[in-house]
Structure formats: structure tokens, C-alpha cells
Design a protein around this ligand. Structure first.
Ligand SMILES: [Zn+2]
Length: 221
């Protein structure tokens, strides 16, 4: 099974990706992890990547595709793979198709975790964390026993500087702008299933929906 997992920031994509990999055994190809490893490995490609990342610039499609193609072709997990963070643009999606074609493989599905924007804003702006132990609380959903103090360390909880509504709405707008054409591209591909799962539910319910959707997809493959 070869699938792409997509979802806006704050929708719990990372947690769900881990759970799906545990359940189905496919390789988890997270572009963030792969980029970090490539950078740390110091290859010529890794050095080019580092230049863009260190300057805070967007990495050009051809570099992204080259790195991800290498990871995909060297992945021989019999259970398949779960792509996370790639492809982000239609050009990347087309390059991925060409890559898979060449290897005699194909993509089976695109899974999108959806979530209401106001819900995401509430989730993220309400996060508070302990600067000592790193434990994350929420002003509404996971309150500390004593107001704004870590249960374990008794120190003041802090809010991350970029966990503000303005920053989150900007990130969500960027996500929509980038991913909507990619989702539309895959909806136009006859052999690729698209599956939407409501991420505005407790995490266990999201997992249950994802698992059910993927089991279904497997039977149709
Ligand atoms: Zn603490």
C-alpha cells in the first residue's frame, strides 16, 4: 500500500502517521525527517539543501523531488509506504508519479485529515508548556492542577511565541493554497483513491476512521 497523508498544521497528522505505521507496518517517509538526515549526512545534495533551509528559503521542487525520489526508490518495505510532507505542489506530485511509473509502481491513495480552522486556532492558541520538563497543557482541554503551573515542576507555563491566532491563520492559508491544487490533481487520477477523515474528533476516533478507510482501500487494491 502506497499512500500520501496530508493535513493542516494542528490537526494531529504526526501522531496519526505514527499510529498508521504501527498498525499497517509500512515505511514512514516524512520529508522533514528525510531532509534533516540528508542535511546531517553532508552529501552534495544535503549541502545544497542546508543552504536553503538555513537561509529560511523554500527548497526548490527539483531538490525536494531528487531527495524524496532517492528515499522512495531505496525503500523496500513489503507493506509499502506512507508519504508525509510530500508532495506539496502539483509539480512534485507529477514528478512522484513519473518516479513510481519508472519503478513499475503506483500510488494507491491520498488520505486527507481535515479540521475546522477555528478549532485548530483554539487548539493551538490554548497550548501552554513547561519550560523545565516540556510537558504540554491546554487552557481548556488539559488544564494543570494549579492555575498556569506545571503539575510536576511547579514552574510557570509558557506559550510559544508563534502559537498566536495571526500566525496560525497565516499557516493555514498557506497550507490551503498549496494543498488544494494537489488534492484536485489526485482526484483527477482514476486509480488513486482520495479519503477524507474528520480530524476534529478525539485522536482515537480519528485513528479508527483512518484505519477503517485504509482497510477498505486495501480490499479495493
Ligand atoms: Zn514541568
Amino acid at each position: 500500500m502506497r499512500i500520501i497523508l496530508m493535513g493542516p498544521p494542528g490537526a494531529g497528522k504526526g501522531t496519526q502517521a505514527k499510529r498508521l505505521v504501527d498498525k499497517f507496518g509500512m515505511a514512514h517517509l516524512s520529508s522533514g525527517d528525510i531532509f534533516r538526515a540528508e542535511k546531517a549526512g553532508g552529501s552534495a545534495l544535503g549541502q545544497k539543501l542546508a543552504e536553503y533551509m538555513n537561509a529560511g528559503q523554500l527548497v526548490p521542487d527539483e531538490i525536494v523531488v531528487e531527495i524524496m525520489a532517492k528515499a522512495i526508490t531505496s525503500c523496500d518495505s513489503p507493506a509499502g509506504l506512507l508519504l508525509d510532507g510530500f508532495p506539496r505542489t502539483v509539480a512534485q506530485a507529477e514528478a512522484l508519479d513519473a518516479q513510481l511509473d519508472q519503478a513499475g509502481k503506483s500510488l494507491d491513495g491520498v488520505v486527507v485529515i481535515t479540521a475546522d480552522e477555528d478549532e485548530i486556532v483554539e487548539r493551538i492558541t490554548g497550548r501552554r508548556s513547561c519550560s523545565d520538563c516540556g510537558k504540554v497543557y491546554h487552557v481548556k482541554y488539559l488544564r494543570p492542577q494549579n492555575d498556569n503551573l506545571c503539575d510536576k515542576c511547579n514552574v510557570q507555563l509558557v506559550q510559544r511565541a508563534d502559537d498566536t491566532e495571526g500566525v496560525i491563520r497565516q499557516r493555514l492559508a498557506a497550507y490551503n493554497l498549496q494543498t488544494e491544487p494537489v488534492i484536485a490533481y489526485y482526484r483527477g487520477r482514476p486509480n488513486v483513491q482520495t479519503l477524507f477523515v474528520n480530524g476534529t474528533q478525539p485522536p482515537d476516533n480519528v485513528t479508527a476512521d483512518l484505519v477503517q478507510g485504509l482497510e477498505q482501500l486495501k480490499t479495493e487494491m
